[in-house]
Write a protein that binds this ligand. Structure first.
Ligand code: HEC
Length: 439
């Protein structure tokens, strides 16, 4: 029943006078939000509940030191905010409103794809969920992950080109009037639509944010990746905003109650898709650019002085930074692991690696290419170490972390099977340089 102004509390006398005029005047929408139901659908609640439980339990099982290093307060807050965004999108009355207003539906999609997805990706949920299981189960999961071919399929699926194509297809397909109408007419298809949006957004943001630090797509290519998908999104938003007639039959009879014509509702949806989404895309581009510059600077600091012994005057440092940026530009796209110099260790002598690893007994536990008789099976083989995302499944793989691990594996994972071997800083750097040199 549409509400009328007369039901809003006006002083009785004024209401009496104005009654005849006000009674005919329906106040669109006002107060009706409160009438919309919450969507307490069991399976959505169970999924959200399981996610929160898995994350919290995983964190609880990690020792406090590892917890604060791998997660920290910001990532945990990011998880909470991501779940809150999912709650608003899927359970609050917004979910019921999306059947009536295209613009509300757009807000819901924006929450799923541009708010919940990046926040959740930042929070490293997969790592926490894994730790929710006991060690033996984690091992089984690891074995299935590798041997069952899952790892290979996910790697293929997460290739930037595949993700780019998937995101483009998902975006355009579900905004065609036909598929959009099917989604509104059938709850199952509606769920599938949201699933497509959410999963493709998680894949997109995983490649953009790379929460574990090891980039599958170098910075230059990531900028192009975000920009080209952002432009498609903006284009669709503009198209909806500027179109002369409404496209979506499903909303022809539902918008009037909210004081909007179907065309106005569509324009509002277009603007929501166009402006806030573009702001998020542009912000990501800005952040990526700053990270790219920082990365190039770090690279220049680590790699260049050790090779050419340039004087470290400020002018020369600036020059090398610019050079490194140009090199990165040149290499972006042709080397998806980034330039090899990223792995270079300043002042390290990779050629000392094999002898050192003999001396410290690494060969007894590890299989190491180029080290005679290093066929140990206690620890993992150390081939092509630079390609690995993690060191011992816990530290993101970079030179500083590798030196830290080699010098004191027991402080990183207390009680693990690799002993502290008393390596000096220099020896650790030489070994790290050797391991990264095997490509
Ligand atoms: C007593 C056996 C043992 C010795 C000696 C040993 N390691 Fe290990 N190493 C291990 C085990 C076991 C792991 C796996 C630890 C884990 O993941 O919890 C490991 C992990 C590693 C890793 C991380 C591998 C990965 O896949 O992430 C590196 C690198 C490594 N060891 C290098 C060395 C070097 C270099 C030496 C010699 C200075 C050495 N290890 C000596 C047993 C050993």
């Amino acid at each position: 029943m549409p509400l009328t102004v007369s039901s809003i509390s006006l002083p009785a006398a004024a209401r009496e006078i104005a009654k005849p005029a006000l009674d005919g005047l329906a106040v669109p929408g006002s107060g009706r939000l409160a009438e919309l139901p919450w969507n307490w659908e069991v399976w959505v609640l169970v999924c959200l509940g399981l996610a929160v439980f898995g994350y919290a339990y995983g964190l609880r099982r990690l020792n406090p030191h590892a917890r604060s290093r791998i997660f920290g307060i910001l990532r945990i807050a990011s998880f909470a905010a991501g779940i809150a965004a999912l709650f608003v999108a899927l359970i609050s009355p917004l979910d019921a409103l999306d059947d009536q207003l295209f613009s509300a539906h757009m807000v819901q999609h924006l929450l799923l794809m541009m708010v919940a997805a990046p926040l959740l990706v930042c929070s490293r949920p997969a790592m926490a969920f894994l730790w929710a299981f006991p060690m033996s189960t984690r091992r089984v999961i690891g074995r299935i992950w590798i041997a069952g071919g899952l790892h290979r399929s996910v790697t293929a699926l997460m290739s930037p080109l595949a993700v780019w194509l998937l995101c483009s297809v998902v975006l355009w397909f579900w905004h065609l009037p036909g598929p959009y109408g099917w989604a509104l007419a059938n709850e199952g298809i509606h769920t599938l639509e949201h699933f497509c949006f959410f999963i493709s957004a998680l894949m997109f943001w995983s490649l953009v944010i790379e929460p574990f630090g090891r980039r599958r797509l170098d910075y230059g290519s990531t900028l192009i990746f975000v920009a080209t998908l952002g432009v498609q999104n903006g284009l669709l938003g503009a198209l909806l905003t500027l179109a002369g007639h409404p496209f979506y039959g499903a909303h022809f009879n539902t918008t009037e109650a909210w004081g909007l014509t179907p065309l106005e509702d569509q324009q509002l949806a277009g603007i929501i898709m166009w402006i806030p989404a573009s702001v998020i895309h542009l912000t990501s581009l800005g952040v990526l650019f700053v990270m790219w510059m920082r990365h190039a600077e770090r690279e220049a600091r680590v790699a260049v002085p050790s090779r050419t012994r340039l004087s470290s005057s400020l002018a020369v440092q600036r020059y090398t930074t610019v050079l490194a940026i140009l090199v990165t530009f040149g290499l972006s796209g042709c080397d998806r692991h980034g330039p090899a110099s990223y792995w270079a260790m300043s002042g390290a002598h990779a050629d000392r690696g094999p002898a050192l690893m003999q001396k410290y007994g690494c060969a007894a536990c590890h299989t190491i290419a180029g080290v005679p008789n290093a066929r140990g099976q206690v620890g993992p083989p150390l081939a092509q170490f630079g390609r690995r995302a993690f060191i011992a499944g816990i530290l993101s793989n970079n030179p500083d972390n590798l030196v830290k691990w080699l010098r004191s594996p027991q402080s990183v994972i207390p009680g693990n099977a690799m002993p502290d071997t008393g390596l000096t800083e220099q020896d650790a750097r030489d070994i790290a340089a050797y391991l990264y040199g095997d490509t």
